[in-house]
Design a binder for this molecule. Structure first.
Ligand code: AQP
Length: 360
């Protein structure tokens, strides 16, 4: 079967964007696999986990960091990922990820990296900024790890021979970069190989590709966003979800509700959340037409209802995991680690052989 791989950063409790854009999609691949064990669905090799090395690019104190890893792992189990079908892993537990990153650094061009957008948004410079025109302060803020973030991400993906990487829109650029590194590596070190050493992965963009902040609907919803009420956590209690959606920024346009992400980003985001939560794949404009005559307040209530329903069981399971001893999480982690570790070791040894690192 084909390999599907994706990670999430333990930078906080996952939010509705992570859930609709990533976690729920991961679970739906697992559903295919469980169906296939009963003779219907498709079979995939699934690996999901926690990018704790990547999350070092966000400054956090030790206790917060530790809590966040535990919360994120609990979230994976809470959305229904099951170690019987999905290998669940922690990036730093498999040192081959970092080793491959170093090797890939030898084909990763800094020109390409400097054109990528994530580091720019994290240090708050405009998306057309380049390394040359950064001021002194920005250069100081731009740590090497943030700049080379996509190289480690490529190593994650390539070391597990992923065919598909389910991600939100913000990460598509990084999967493209991983394709480029695989190609560059194969061309540089494995021209004479019949089968390429590194497989070129593809991004699978979730239908809910970009859920926006409730307070600034021109920005994506983000774990590290400190703005109050901007983010719905997958563990928020119902009254908290209702309050945040009730306070979501919309606009002062009167008359029928319309789907217009440019002129009415807040309303469009509410429609998107509604449509994706109920898994309606109709065209967004048509979808919104059914609700044209509703008031903004009524739309918010509707959105709150479906989100509360969707997250109820996730939250329940999360709380029970967090309240109980670590045994279940440890077991899940151990099981996934074994499989993921074996696949990482085998790729890295082929890589080292291709580079010429084995023989004296
Ligand atoms: N707003 C979003 N809408 C849809 N998908 C999203 N994802 C993130 N935000 C949205 C997807 O969630 C997965 C895990 O993301 P991540 O933790 O690896 O990093 P991120 O994309 O940087 O997410 P955050 O929440 O914004 O975290 P911080 O604040 O720590 O940077 C990815 O597949 C991502 O596409």
């Amino acid at each position: 079967g084909q390999a599907i791989f994706s990670l999430i950063q333990p930078t906080g409790t996952p939010h509705l964007g992570n859930y609709l854009g990533a976690l729920r999609q991961w679970k739906s691949f697992q559903d295919e696999v469980t169906k296939s064990s009963r003779g219907t669905g498709k079979t995939f090799k699934l690996t999901f986990g926690i990018a704790d090395l990547h999350s070092l690019t966000l400054r956090q104190d030790r206790q917060t960091r530790q809590d966040n890893v535990r919360k994120t792992f609990a979230s994976l189990l809470a959305v229904g990922l099951d170690p019987t079908y999905s290998s669940l892993m922690v990036q730093s537990h498999i040192p081959q990820h970092s080793e491959l990153m170093w090797i890939l650094s030898n084909v990763a061009s800094t020109g390409y990296l400097s054109r990528m957008t994530q580091w720019k948004s994290k240090i708050n410079v405009s998306s057309d900024a380049s390394m040359e025109n950064l001021d002194e302060k920005s250069r100081e803020m731009l740590k090497l790890s943030l700049f080379s973030y996509p190289v480690l991400q490529a190593a994650d993906i390539l070391i597990h021979n992923a065919d598909f990487v389910p991600v939100g829109e913000d990460q598509v650029q990084h999967v493209e970069f991983a394709r480029y590194l695989a190609r560059a590596f194969n061309a540089e070190y494995a021209k004479d190989y019949e089968i390429p050493v590194l497989k070129e992965p593809r991004a699978l963009i979730s239908p809910a590709k970009r859920i926006m902040s409730l307070q600034d609907p021109t920005k994506k919803m983000s774990k590290s966003d400190q703005t109050k009420d901007a983010t719905i956590l997958i563990t928020d209690p119902p009254e908290e979800i209702r309050r945040k959606i009730g306070r979501a920024k919309t606009d002062s346009i009167e008359g029928p509700l319309t789907y217009d992400p440019v002129a009415r980003p807040g309303i469009a985001n509410l429609f998107d959340i509604l449509r994706h939560t109920i898994n309606d794949d109709s065209n967004p404009e048509d979808f919104a037409k059914q609700y044209a005559d509703q008031s903004k307040g009524a739309l918010k209530q509707l959105v709150a209802n479906v989100v509360v329903d969707e997250l109820a069981s996730v939250r329940e399971r999360f709380e029970s995991l967090m309240a109980s001893s670590n045994d279940e999480m440890q077991r899940a982690l151990l099981e996934g680690h074994k499989t993921a570790n074996a696949s990482a070791r085998s790729t890295l040894s082929r890589v080292k052989e291709a580079v010429g690192m084995y023989n004296l």
